[in-house]
Design a protein around this ligand. Structure first.
Ligand SMILES: [Zn+2]
Length: 323
């Protein structure tokens, strides 16, 4: 298996979010940079290509100022479909993509979709978010630092300028090399393609929690009635659990529950209702990410409090609407 550390530069509509083309392709990729690392994280390949744009003909000032790429520079480059084919060939088989943050694979695939090219996978696939890994390894796991901060923190030599696709991939790869952990335990999932059917849904057990990614549902009501979505089987022993706190929601977007496994103790369930990144179904379509995690009995009390608070609020609202 090889790591492909990828970074992109993109241009956007000079007319902003309300520009005519924004909806079709908000960010048009103009540069792809990547570093290939082998399993021991030795650099074994480099990819560095500019892309001739076809959607936006002038450079947004943010892009121009930050990346220092000018439209004239791109006129003799190959188009996105040509470059992406070359890139995927260069990647080869059996790779795990690695990015700084969680945007690059989404925008890459949004560009692929725009050109009617097949996406990177026909379902969710694991990738490494190096920005997240840096936070887990050196900070609280929640903070998100910029790449230069991480490079400084790890005392990596700054021998090329930042903010070009290749250099940022190069530095992100250097950060990844320094993170000495079993990175598989911290992988993220790309969900540009959702599981096509129930059989293809994702179940992944990490060191201290489990994750489930559902197929797409027509709407939230259907999703939240699905047996698999609501199931709280223990992710360690796979046995049924006793529901201690029924699924409840404080905000309509997140649902919580607590169950009890005779062998492993209390399990907190959390369901997040999410909108698909790419619209395939109707406007109400959703998918579910559910996590289950072992918790202490003190944590159970906190969840009971959260539920009671949500109930109180609902009661007050109901009274208000009666008046
Ligand atoms: Zn169990």
């Amino acid at each position: 298996m090889n790591y492909i550390v990828i970074d992109l530069e993109w241009n956007q509509d000079c007319e902003g979010k309300h520009g005519k083309k924004h909806e079709k392709l908000p960010f048009e990729i103009i540069e792809i940079g990547a570093i290939k690392l082998d399993e021991q994280k030795n650099t074994v390949g480099q990819f560095n290509e500019l892309v001739r744009p076809s959607v936006y003909k002038s450079m947004h000032r943010i892009t121009e100022n930050m990346v220092h790429i000018h439209m004239e520079d791109l006129q003799h480059e190959k188009t996105f479909p040509q470059i992406i084919r070359k890139f995927l060939k260069w990647c080869g088989e059996d790779v795990i993509f690695c990015t700084w943050g969680n945007l690059d694979l989404i925008e890459l695939q949004r560009n692929m979709k725009y050109y009617h090219l097949p996406l990177l996978s026909d379902g969710p696939f694991p990738f490494l978010d190096i920005q997240k890994l840096f936070s887990i390894a050196y900070e609280d796991g929640k903070s998100r630092r910029n790449l230069e901060y991480a490079v400084d923190h790890l005392q990596i030599e700054k021998d090329i300028p930042f903010h070009r696709a290749f250099s940022d991939a190069y530095y992100a790869a250097k950060v990844l090399e320094k993170i000495d952990r079993d990175t598989e335990d911290y992988c993220s999932y790309d969900v540009c393609s959702l599981p096509a059917e129930k059989k293809a849904e994702v179940y992944k057990t990490f060191a201290d929690y489990s994750k489930y990614i559902s197929r797409e549902f027509e709407d939230k009501t259907i999703a939240i009635a699905d047996r698999e979505v609501l199931s709280t089987k223990c992710y360690i022993c796979n046995r049924p659990t006793k529901r201690k706190i029924k699924w409840f929601t404080p905000n309509g977007k997140h649902y919580y529950s607590v169950s009890y496994c005779d062998r492993h103790g209390y399990l907190k369930g959390k369901i997040r209702i999410k909108k698909p990144i790419f619209k395939n179904g109707g406007s109400e379509a959703v998918y579910i990410v559910k996590t289950l995690k072992l918790i202490s009995s003190e944590k159970v009390d906190e969840i009971i409090e959260k539920r009671d608070h949500a109930r109180e609020i609902r009661k007050i609202r109901r009274k208000q609407s009666v008046r």
